[in-house]
Design a protein. Sequence first.
Length: 136
Amino acid sequence: MTMKALSVRQPWAWLIVNGYKNVENRTWPTHIRGPVLIHAAKSMTKGEYAAALMFMETRRLPVALPAMRDLHLGGIVGVVKLAGCVRRMESPWFNGPFGFVVESGSARELPFRPCLGRLGFFDVEIPEEYIVGVRL
């Protein structure tokens, strides 16, 4: 089975698949809708992790992130259902210029599956049983 995937840097990928972050900000729009795998990029710096903490603190978003060492890198970490692409959104997570909107209640963490990422949306071949029982 083939599914679309989107690579997202940590800890943002964790925030998305755990249902906290309801929009993924990009500089480009998309027409893709429906289920999309979330891929955690292969690297994350201490500065990126600290910047995410600062972002959440300044917006008063009370989320306790896992320790840096506990975040998976370089593979599929979850699945969401994309509901749309917007230029404006009343969400503390939105900072545009485009936002890929995650349908409310659709974010699901999946068992980590190593996988090479790519820019933009990309196809991932996965066994059907990997997402059996995941309701989107």
